[in-house]
Every structure is written in C-alpha cells, then in structure tokens.
Design a protein around this ligand. Sequence first.
Ligand SMILES: Cc1ncc(COP(=O)(O)O)c(C=O)c1O
Length: 391
Amino acid sequence: MVYFAKSDALNRLPKQFFADLVVKTNAAIAKGYDVINLGQGNPDQPTPPHIVKSLQEAAANPLYHKYSPFRGYDFLKEAIATFYKREYDVDLDPKTEVAILFGSKTGLVEIGECLLNSGDTVLMPDPGYPDYLSGFALANLNMELMPLREENAFLPDYGSMPESLLDKAKLMFLNYPNNPTSATAPADFFEETVKTAEQHNICVLHDFAYGALGFDGEKPRSFLQTPGAKEVGIETYTLSKTYNMAGWRVGFALGNKSVIEAIELFQDHYFVSLFGGIQEASAKALLGPQDCVHELVQRYETRRNAFFDAAKKIGWNAVPSKGSFFGWLPVPKGYSSESFFEYVLEKAHVVLAPGVGFGAGGENYVRIGLLSEPDRLTEAVERIGKLHLFD
Ligand SMILES: Cc1ncc(COP(=O)(O)O)c(C=O)c1O
C-alpha cells in the first residue's frame, strides 16, 4: 500500500487528551469493576417523546427525501427567531441573522476558516472546551489564552490583558454557562465584552451550548441580550443539551449579518443542510411545550445538590455549579489533576475529567458530569471520601 501522508492542516490538529482516559476507563471496566464514570459530557436522558414522534412522522414526507435547501428550511430559521424572542427577548431576522449548523461544534470549528487568515490571532479561554482548538489548527491561527481564574468568577479579565494583544486579536471565544468551570456570566461582563470588542475590532463568538441549564432560579443570559452584541459577534446554540438531542446534530449561529453570511457561504460549499425531517422535528422542539426543559433543569439541579452536599460532607469544598451539567472541583494537596484522576480511578473506580485536559489553567481542578442519578453521584463521592484525601 502506498502511504499517503496527511496534509499540514491535519498534522496540526491537537492530540485528543481525553482519548487516553477513555482507554484507561475501559480497562477498569474490563477488569469487572463497578466504575462510576463522571468524566464525560454526553446527556444521559432520551429526547422527549413528542420530538421523536415528529421526526417519525416527518420521515415519511417525500419532500424531505430530496435535497434540503442549501441553507436550510425557512420554517426552522423562523422557529429559531421565535424561540430567541420568546426566551431572551432578542430580535433576529431569520433570513440574514440565523445559520443552521450540523451541531454547534461545526460552527465553532469552521468560524476560523470563515473569517480569519493563517497567522491571525484568536483568543481562547483557559481552561476551555478543547474542540475550539481543532478549528484554530485547521485555519492555522495564532491562539492566545485568556485565563479564567476562580478569583474572577471564571470570567476573563480584559483589564489585565495587554492592549497590544487585544489590538492583534481578530476573534474571541467565550462560553457561559461554562464548560468546564460551570460558571455563568452576568450582564455587566457581557457589556464589558461588547465595549472591548468595539474598541479593538474583535469578533466575539459566544458559545451558548448550555444556555438552557441554569440553577437556583437563574436563567443564563444570552450574549445577544446585550446592547450592541449583534454589531460585534454571534452566538452559537444547540439542541444537544436543551432537548437531549446530541445525536441529532442540530445547532445554529445567530447574530452579526456579515458573520452569518460567511458561515452560510462556507457551508454552501461543504454541505447540503440537515435532513428535512430533523429540521421539522427541531422546529417542533423549539415551538412546542417546554415542560421537558424545565424538568431537565430540575433534574440536573437535584443531581448538583446531591453531589455538592456529599462533597461537603467529606471536606471536598467547591463552589456549587451555577449552570451547565458539570461541576468543577479542586484537586487535593499533593496531586496534579492527572495523578488525582489516576488515583481515584484505581482506588475508588470513579472517573473524573482532569482539569489539565481543558488547558494549563485547569491544572488544579477536576470536572465532573452530573449525568448520573443522585444515588450514583453520592456513592462516587463516598468512595472518594474513603480515601481520606480531604481530611
Ligand atoms: C462548550 C461546548 N460547546 C459546544 C459543544 C458542542 O455541542 P454540539 O456540537 O452537540 O452542538 C459542546 C459539547 O459538548 C460543549 O461542551
């Protein structure tokens, strides 16, 4: 066989840090241990039945057996605009301010190639969602980190960033509710973001993947609620978490017209839009009853309470999650995030996600997923408690 070498773009792609952890987790499961896996971020609940039923019905419609319109059906874009108006009081023109994505990950990865050129600078939160790096690598961007520190409530501190860096940056990624820290963003932070972006001519991409998931009665804010946000950026949203539709691959990008047009143009060349039946069921999800979303938030909040109450009992003190379905907790003294992961997997058969996998800024933390029922979450903490690491 002739070996065909990969392109430079593929060779630049980052190593998947979490792939090794999956191997170690599977090895522990293969040994027959009762492993509690808190390391992953895959919603555990099924898609609500009324949404599944709409897809089943729509699948029989011969219209959808043809190519979909390249940029998606108008009815879905209109449903998205209606959803944003209803949920956030944000006005969007469905024709020019909404692009449909194959899951929001596609938008996050393609935006670099849509807007920037090789060597241009992009600002990335540290810690941050590792998939952002894939797009930066493909577009050959210069990535600079914005530290998210606990003392700043895991928000970037623009005032401490050099002016020259802000001047150089063309694109900034933000994500609240945040993966991995579970922090949320207040209105004044987004106002400061708009001001900074205006001053330095930076395009903001706010990743709102966990937009539906806020606790203690606090609804996470959309970046687009901020005056001037549409002038300087876009928001990406996904049905993956809100409606447990991760396998369906439905997301959207919303906001600045020039950015939306760039995404649409890029996608005209790469894809034909999503299967029409999925678009119809997605519109029904957005416009239909929302009890399923309220129940889901309640479910995650109950799990969050169970986990953090149990953690407190063993002396593992951390700020309870404000949003998302993650928790972000410190590692005990004497451990790195990886050595803590290894030790807890070996001795307690609990899988945690080492913070360093989200960037050097995550080193002293681990991320847990609230994707098991309260009894399993409590048991995981109790097993860790028996190791007496927090006494
Ligand atoms: C922060 C963040 N953004 C985006 C995504 C991508 O979601 P999707 O591609 O399913 O829309 C995820 C998925 O886990 C995520 O955690």
